[in-house]
Design a protein around this ligand. Structure first.
Ligand code: C2E
Ligand code: CA
Ligand code: CA
Length: 718
């Protein structure tokens, strides 16, 4: 079990499945309930990034008959029970008042949940948290009850009319079968003789011993009557399930001389039972094994693997890339069809004997057993990736290509528990995703260390935001023609108490991954705009100084950026046109319509929009003229090519030309030499780079601005 304080990852996990998530911090006795879990409980959604719940918010809603059981399970976990618990319990919806303690389909106040969970221990073996998931199983519970009811009815009817009868004279060996007995197996009356072989020869060998034993136990007097379930083949060879009941007639000495009874067809019930068992370990939509069954199979493979000479095996996790976009664009029923197609393809590309499972909405896993070496696992993963990437066509004529990010965990890493192996495959899959998707990655112990470090850093970063350890440096952006400062880019730094000034490359990616970038970016936006207001007031220019603020893709999508900017402009007196938001190209391609709407709202406030690192991403000219963009920032790699004399130098000209045609301002980024500045002068309006000024604290920037003022104020030479 990975210690994971990451609520955003929970939210992500929740989106992918149908389960809710909970996380009980035993030390502070606070309980995190994911939005879906709150929904199950009928609690208001609240703010998912804050853990404001108390355990009682949940436990007080649990049905009085179930609550002790739940407590007992928690306790067993806390004293170190190594298997997670799984309990089905009823809860009352908080938003409805229960008028009775009985739950039924007609009474919506009570819902059935299945709750799974386990404790997380610290190094000293003390429980620190209980974490787990819940799923709503109300429908299944109602179905099971219906089934039970119909069975009872069925049993009554069968006893009256449907049972076959038999009467066995033990001394002579003769046996009488009623016509109904024979008809149940599909035979005419005359087709079955009067020997016990007619019965026993139709029972599969695996069940025959059990039947014989049951009969003997009754004949010998050890059991008061005969009652036994067994399988038997009918005339067509099909297998049926029967329940036999019987009673012996005894002589004076107690020896059985005759036995008679009935035979009931229980095939339907057995099938239903098997279906329920099957459903418990299979995914309803695709019919594939689910996580429970996969973990069981991995567990078996681990057991086998402990033997000498055992062959290695692997667990592969396959997670579809951007599946959510398909669901959003085409609707969930099309999404489900896509998932079934993928499931079918994966099933066709697996080797016989390998287990393919569906773990959550768009996440599959394969257990690759009995390999020769690690190469087999990679070959299998590649094979699966290829099967997914064949174009998918839906009936409506939509055609698209899917990719998947794949993580592999190898048995050679050394695992004791199936969960650990699955977790490591997940870690590798996440690395494949963050490496740019459509990749395969293999777990190594380094990755686990990195994951631990990332978790620690995430906690630190959260604290940094709260304790004011973040600060902004400002890098001047100059007008190339005159070299005068026209504005700034605000660049974030982390003033780490031990590590000193940490550059953004070392913490922004993690902040994006965890969603922390939203509050961080909001803070940066506010701080930069306030700083700009102060400077505009103190250093007045014909065109007011401007401020460029970076807005990450995640922040743009997750946070209410339009609202944040509007609120800020309401209270800080700057001309909105002097605020420029820097967006990246990747943002524009992901959800063009949504993105255009947001950009237009910003542009309507007269805020300016800039495309950062232009030319490095999915540069598509198609979107540029359709979007309200004002500035292109030409990436440093192209600017650098000017002085290294690489072919890329021509690109600067192309981008600058493009900017002119679209009436956009161009900013050359990372100008480091005089030569570059000279070359760019005729091409771009603005430039930014070490050649002019490095990012610096406000005081240093103010000295530059003051020096400029002095220069301007100097009386012209006579
Ligand atoms: P960016 O937006 O492309 O920012 C420009 C980066 O180039 C800055 O790095 C800047 O210090 C650096 N730079 C400027 N002139 C030169 C030069 O002449 N030579 C070289 N080699 N580098 C130059 P920095 O400050 O390390 O920031 C790195 C990245 O971190 C930024 O790239 C941006 O993507 C991200 N970032 C920084 N602050 C924020 C922020 O507040 N929010 C978000 N979302 N991202 C930020
Ligand atoms: Ca930037
Ligand atoms: Ca840039």
């Amino acid at each position: 079990m990975v210690l994971n304080t990451n609520i955003d990852r929970y939210l992500l996990a929740e989106k992918a499945g149908t389960e809710g998530v909970w996380d009980w911090d035993l030390r502070s006795d606070t309980l995190y309930l994911s939005p879906r879990f709150k929904d199950f409980l009928g609690l208001p959604p609240g703010d998912p990034s804050r853990e404001t719940n108390r355990p009682n918010d949940w436990l007080s809603l649990v049905h009085p008959e179930d609550v002790d059981w739940l407590h007992a399970s928690f306790e067993a976990q806390m004293v170190g029970l190594s298997v997670p618990f799984q309990i089905e319990h009823r809860v009352r919806r908080a938003d409805l008042t229960a008028d009775s303690a009985t739950e039924s389909k007609a009474n919506p106040h009570w819902r059935w949940l299945v709750c799974r969970g386990m404790a997380v221990m610290d190094d000293a073996g003390e429980p620190v948290r209980l974490v787990g998931s819940v799923a709503d199983i109300t429908d299944r519970k109602h179905a099971e009850r219906e089934l039970r009811r119909s069975e009872e009815r069925y049993a009554l009817a069968a006893a009256g009319a449907a049972d076959g009868l038999w009467d066995w004279h033990i001394d002579s060996g003769e046996i009488y079968y009623s016509p109904r007995w024979k008809a149940m197996l599909g035979f005419e009356d005359a087709e079955i003789g009067g020997t016990v072989a007619e019965w026993f020869q139709r029972v599969p060998p695996g069940d025959l011993d059990g039947l014989r034993t049951a009969i003997e136990l009754h004949l010998s007097g050890e059991r008061p009557h005969l009652q036994h379930e067994f399988r038997i083949r009918d005339k067509s060879g099909a297998e049926m399930w029967m329940l036999v009941r019987g009673l012996a007639v005894r002589d004076d000495k107690g020896a059985a001389i005759r036995m008679a009874g009935s035979m009931t067809d229980i095939t339907a019930r057995k099938k239903a039972e098997q279906q329920i068992l099957f459903n418990a370990v299979h995914d309803g939509m695709t019919g594939l094994p689910n996580r429970t069954l996969l973990l069981d199979r991995i567990g078996q493979a681990l057991d086998r693997n402990r033997r000498v000479g055992a062959r290695p095996f692997a667990t592969i996790i396959i997670d579809l890339d951007r599946f959510k976009a398909i669901n959003d664009a085409l609707g969930t029923s099309a999404g489900d069809r896509v998932l079934r197609i993928v499931a079918k393809r994966l099933d066709a590309s697996r080797r016989v004997g390998d287990t393919l499972a569906r773990l959550s909405a768009d996440e599959f896993a394969v257990l690759i057993d009995e390999m020769d070496d690690a190469g087999d696992a990679l070959a299998a993963a590649e094979h699966m990736a290829r099967s997914i990437s064949r174009p998918v066509t839906l009936e409506e004529g939509h055609e698209f290509v899917l990719t998947a990010s794949i993580g592999v965990a190898l048995s050679q890493t050394g695992y004791d528990r199936a969960e650990d192996m699955l977790r490591d495959a997940s870690l590798a899959m996440y690395r494949a995703k963050s490496g740019g998707r459509a990749r395969i990655d293999v777990f190594d112990t380094n990755l686990r260390r990195q994951a631990m470090a990332a978790m620690r850093m995430e906690a630190d970063l959260r604290a940094a935001l709260e304790q004011g350890q973040l600060c902004l440096h400002y890098q001047p952006i100059v007008l190339l023609e005159t070299g005068a400062i026209a504005g700034f880019e605000a660049l974030m730094r982390w003033n780490h108490p031990e590590r000193g000034l940490v550059p953004p490359v070392e913490f922004i990616p993690l902040a994006e991954e965890t969603g922390l970038i939203a509050p961080m970016g909001r803070w940066a936006l506010g701080a930069a705009v306030r700083q700009l207001a102060a400077w505009q007031c103190r250093f007045q220019r014909p065109t007011p100084l401007f401020m460029s603020v970076n807005v990450s893709t995640r922040q743009f999508r997750d946070d209410d950026i339009v609202g944040a900017v509007r609120d800020l402009l309401d209270v800080v007196p700057i001309p909105p046109s002097s605020l420029k938001l820097e967006l990246t190209e990747s943002l524009l391609v992901q959800d063009p319509d949504e993105c255009r709407m947001l950009m237009q709202s910003l542009r309507d406030m007269d805020v300016r929009l800039s495309i950062d690192d232009f030319g490095t991403g999915y540069s598509s000219l198609a979107y540029l003229h359709k979007l309200p963009v004002d500035v292109l920032k030409i990436d440093r790699s192209f600017v650098k090519a000017v002085s290294t004399g690489e072919g890329n130098a021509a690109i600067v000209q192309v981008i600058a030309g493009l900017a002119t045609i679209l009436r956009l301002d161009a900013v050359a980024e990372g100008v480091e030499t005089e030569d570059e500045a000279v070359y760019l002068r005729g091409l771009c309006k603005y430039a930014q780079g070490y050649h002019f000024a490095r990012p610096a604290l406000p005081e240093a920037v103010e000295r530059l601005l003051a020096a400029e003022d002095e220069h301007i104020a100097l009386p012209a030479p006579a």
